[in-house]
Design a protein around this ligand. Sequence first.
Ligand SMILES: Nc1nc2c(c(=O)[nH]1)N[C@H]1C(S)=C(S)[C@@H](COP(=O)(O)OP(=O)(O)OC[C@H]3O[C@@H](n4cnc5c(=O)[nH]c(N)nc54)[C@H](O)[C@@H]3O)O[C@H]1N2
Ligand SMILES: Nc1nc2c(c(=O)[nH]1)N[C@H]1C(S)=C(S)[C@@H](COP(=O)(O)OP(=O)(O)OC[C@H]3O[C@@H](n4cnc5c(=O)[nH]c(N)nc54)[C@H](O)[C@@H]3O)O[C@H]1N2
Ligand code: SF4
Ligand SMILES: [Mo]
Length: 705
Amino acid sequence: MNASADDLGHQLAAIKGAKLVKSFCYTCPWQCPTEILVRDGKVVYHKGNPASPNNIGSRCAKGMASSYLTRDPDRLKYPMLRTNPKGKNGQFKRISWDEAFTYIADKLTAIRDKWGPEAVAYTCHHDPNTIFFRHLLGDLYGSPNNYTHTSGCEQDRRAACLTVFGHVFPMHDFANSRYVILWGMNNLGANQGLWESRALIDAHKGGAKLVVVDPNFTETAQKANEWIPIRPGTDGSMALAMCSVIIEEELFDRDFVSRYCEGFDGFRDHLREKGYTPAWAEAICGIPANTIARLAREFAATKPAMSAIFKGSGYYTNGADAARACYILNALCGEVDKPGNLNLKDWAPLAAPVLIPDEAKTQPKRPPLHVAMGYPLAPDLPNARLPDAVIDGKPYPVKGLFVQSTNPVMSDPNRDRVQEMFRHLELGVAIEIFMSETALECDIVLPETSFYEHAEIRNGMWLGPEVIICQPAVAPVGEAKPLYDIVKGIASKLGWGHHFPYEKWEDWGELMLKDIPITLDELKERGFWAGPVRYNRVPEGLATPSKKVEIRSQAYADAGFDPYPIYTERSVLPDDQFPLQLTHSKLSMHCNIVTQNNPYLMEICGENWVEINRVDAQKYGIQDDTYAIVESPKDSIRIKAKVVEGLVPGCVSVRHGHGFGHWAMGSVAKGRGAHSNNLMESHTSPITGANCYNECKVRVRPAPN
Ligand SMILES: Nc1nc2c(c(=O)[nH]1)N[C@H]1C(S)=C(S)[C@@H](COP(=O)(O)OP(=O)(O)OC[C@H]3O[C@@H](n4cnc5c(=O)[nH]c(N)nc54)[C@H](O)[C@@H]3O)O[C@H]1N2
Ligand SMILES: Nc1nc2c(c(=O)[nH]1)N[C@H]1C(S)=C(S)[C@@H](COP(=O)(O)OP(=O)(O)OC[C@H]3O[C@@H](n4cnc5c(=O)[nH]c(N)nc54)[C@H](O)[C@@H]3O)O[C@H]1N2
Ligand code: SF4
Ligand SMILES: [Mo]
């Protein structure tokens, strides 16, 4: 802990005559602990919490610009009810919260009576306080369909990590690593934890080798020792070939694989039978066989090492096994959960904020949607298949949908189909801070408070177990309510109000901390609780079915897939008509589609763009910094083009975040940039149900003036 830096917050508060509130940022999902200075009900300053090991006082530009949320005139202020028929852009009238709760409760009752509780689903991205909805819709109402957004994000990696290591979200102990391979992970552009970005830079400066496998010369690739410009959707071939080199040249950790891994011998035979050699992979991924073999040897010889993946290869239908192969590389070399490896972090044992007795719970009669849809290995709802349930009743009808902090009309593939989905609902509820494109498709829109206005207690995303707290720093905008009060309001109308007995947030806050060695008052004062960082959990037994690292997965076999990772070709390949592969990446100055109404960030980055290699640009007549038409068999967009050297020829990369012309979120965002998610169809990974945004072929031409 840095005591003098910690005092700075208090000193500043004293100077400014302000109140200091320890909280966290939720502009992106990595939740940096913060210190907010408030005077006369306004945020006058905010910074990272320097005592927290999570971000060590750092914040990024997106976080620093975020307090604009508390004064953005475009924020939703009142509950709104739709007044015009669906199929058109929604028109809404202001209603009271009481009317909103009654409306939702009546619809929920009608849907349950006619279709059963399984016909209501809940999805969110950021999951602030979602746990309250799980108690209401899951425990009491009886819907098994309480989901987050993972199929749009790291679904393949998550499924792979659960399968191989029995862990849902590993941390990256870059600080102690000597050799890091990042497969399509751009930590220095699309930051994940800021402590991870720092540790990656420090380790690299200290001599650790950094290899970035990515079709794009990303911010992280630019800092790396080696950039491996892989062809899109082919990582599985390269990773499997590296596994083969490590096994055939006997570079693996014999003791580790024999003690702690399931299926090593079978994997060796599998690689031989399939012929997964570097020469075979070269023809697929475009990386020379001797480079693949050299990287495999270096990786096996350097300790500690880490092969890490997030979602770079996850936007293709073959991404699931690519992620498994990337993780198995670690297992072969005995590089699991030791210092410098992927860390199978401990979670803080937070308790439930409300206590629902078993006799009050309703058991669903149908399996959760992802299982009924045929994706038993999916860690989360296959979002691109949700329209099938709503529009076509497959695998069973869904009639009610809550979307909280998620904007699937903008974020899921095939916008047409997502919009169509909302038009078939009997109850569409958006819980939002803006009148988003998705909110415009709903029946009822509820204004939620932002993370500056409500409380939350949750696990942090740091190496050790960590509890972080968000505290209300300023008054809600308009009549916006926190989720815990929205849930309580709906529950009361359904006769379940007594299960949500809290009068103030501290009442449930105390309950959540019952197994954590810190009181609520101490947590409010410090802003976080951090437990010890642990390593070497493999010998204790993992949370996989065999308790071992699973190179061979029986769960895969049971679901009808190969128990070992295989390479299959992705689904949509460029052709004469549409010769380019569409790929996506994030913008460093924005987070997804959350920040485009922020005038400070828009001044730095006012629109998104498509990157194209110089060779392709010349071929198709595209000039740097001019507008181009990117066209797929399904739709086309007009977007600013950037001509670059560092992108694998034959593909284009759209920076995701802006667009949809009449973008609904607010006056600053409106009409700026282009939205690419209607270019693709609703492709889904057959194993994990991941959204496959990059299964799309396109052509480009200069845009007419
Ligand atoms: N600044 C900023 N930070 C963010 C976000 C943001 O929008 N902006 N979003 C947050 C969120 S929700 C997330 S999930 C994370 C995302 O963090 P990252 O996953 O690191 O971010 P992306 O830019 O989506 O990176 C995907 C990369 O995969 C590459 N890629 C595409 N196809 C392939 C392939 O076939 N193989 C390989 N190896 N690479 C491929 C792309 O070129 C791109 O560089 O960032 C978080 N942080
Ligand atoms: N083409 C393409 N598509 C992508 C991606 C890509 O790289 N390319 N990235 C994918 C990834 S990694 C992800 S994670 C998903 C994310 O997609 P989504 O699940 O849609 O999540 P976000 O984009 O983070 O935010 C969605 C909404 O949350 C609202 N919001 C922000 N803060 C709050 C709050 O405190 N409360 C409430 N109620 N609402 C709030 C914002 O107004 C916004 O409308 O998109 C995916 N879609
Ligand atoms: S990394 Fe994410 S949570 Fe941290 S300051 Fe930036 S936007 Fe906020
Ligand atoms: Mo994400």
